[in-house]
Design a protein around this ligand. Structure first.
Ligand code: FAD
Length: 292
């Protein structure tokens, strides 16, 4: 058998053991499918959905499945860290620990699916994009010649669309240590469903403990995550179920007027209607110190 002379001729399964080898495989622009945990890619291959048959599996790349915290207040998640690892590790920022524990699909999906795979797939009906935006995370992207960092709010470009360029890999997600209170809420239809709406609420405190700023990042409701700044007094009253504050919060969320998302689970009108209520639930969790 004659060995292929260029990488464009190479099809088949590759599991490189260095980042350089992985990026070289991607560098020639030949059609390639990257595999993180494979929970979305493998079913696609099995269903015979047209998918490039040069498969580059990241599983053996050093550090790709690690969670590390260094002295500078940033937690780095390798792109192939699974939800199971996130849920188990004490190093995981709390919001992501809650998110990971609540991914449906059972232990198989949580122990195989990765936060990086979800980010790159950019399904609007997913927990991950909204939480990464809420956390002000950076995505670390690399190609054969350089590495760059992009804020999560710039990475997600639309339904199933990201800022990843041809030849680039997501190598890590960096989460800054932001002190404050968090609350997470999601609405899903049935125990095994995907989210219809998610909300990550963040409260910043002043030195004397009062609330100085409140923001809510909504996921699964629009083409890309939406962040709404909420006046602290409104947030407190909405969390307390004050009806006029609930209406005020809903109006604030609706005024953001994003590109509301429709899929087989719920249409845009429904998502627009429920987003404020899910935001109120997340706020109430953040205020009560009971984040999930
Ligand atoms: C039964 C089931 C239940 C689920 N429930 C939920 C849920 O409740 N909430 C939720 O948010 N999600 C849910 N998901 C989706 C789940 O989050 C994703 O399947 C998972 O995170 C994808 O990660 P992966 O590593 O397996 O992706 P893969 O299948 O490996 O890859 C997905 C896509 O990203 C690309 N890719 C992967 N890694 C990289 C990288 N590092 N750089 C560049 N491109 C890359 C691949 O080429 C592919 O296009 C569910 C999925 C299933 C099957």
């Amino acid at each position: 058998m004659t060995a292929p002379t260029t990488t464009t001729e190479r099809t088949g399964y590759f599991a490189p053991t260095t980042r350089r080898a992985a990026l070289d495989l991607l560098a020639d622009g030949g059609p390639t499918t990257v595999i993180g945990g494979g929970t979305l890619v493998y079913p696609r291959l099995a269903r015979d959905v047209p998918t490039p048959r040069r498969l580059v599996d990241l599983a053996r790349l050093p550090g790709i499945d690690r969670i590390t915290t260094e002295g500078h207040g940033v937690t780095t998640l390798g792109a192939a860290v699974t939800y199971g690892a996130l849920a188990r590790s004490p190093q995981t920022p709390m919001l992501l620990r809650i998110l990971a524990a609540g991914i449906t699909g059972g232990p198989q999906i949580r122990n195989q699916g990765t936060v990086g795979g979800s980010a790159c797939y950019a399904n609007p009906s997913s927990d991950v994009p909204g939480a990464l935006v809420a956390l002000d995370a950076d995505l670390v992207l690399a190609d054969a010649s350089r590495e760059r960092r992009l804020a999560a709010r710039e990475f997600f470009r639309g339904p199933f669309a990201t800022a990843l360029k041809k030849g680039e890999l997501l190598v890590a997600v960096e989460v800054p240590d932001i002190s404050g209170s968090w609350g997470y809420a999601k609405l899903k239809h049935g125990g095994s469903g995907w989210p219809v709406a998610t909300a990550s609420a963040f409260l910043a405190h002043t030195g004397n403990g009062s609330i100085s700023a409140v923001s809510v990042s909504l996921g699964a409701v629009a083409a890309v995550p939406v962040t709404v700044d909420v006046p602290p007094d409104l947030a407190v009253r909405a969390a307390d179920a004050d009806p006029s504050a609930r209406t005020g919060l809903r109006d604030l969320v609706e005024a953001a007027d994003p590109d509301w998302w429709t899929d087989e689970q719920a249409d845009a009108t429904y998502r627009r209607r429920v987003a404020g209520a899910v935001a109120a639930r997340a706020l109430s969790r953040a205020l009560n110190g009971d984040p999930a």
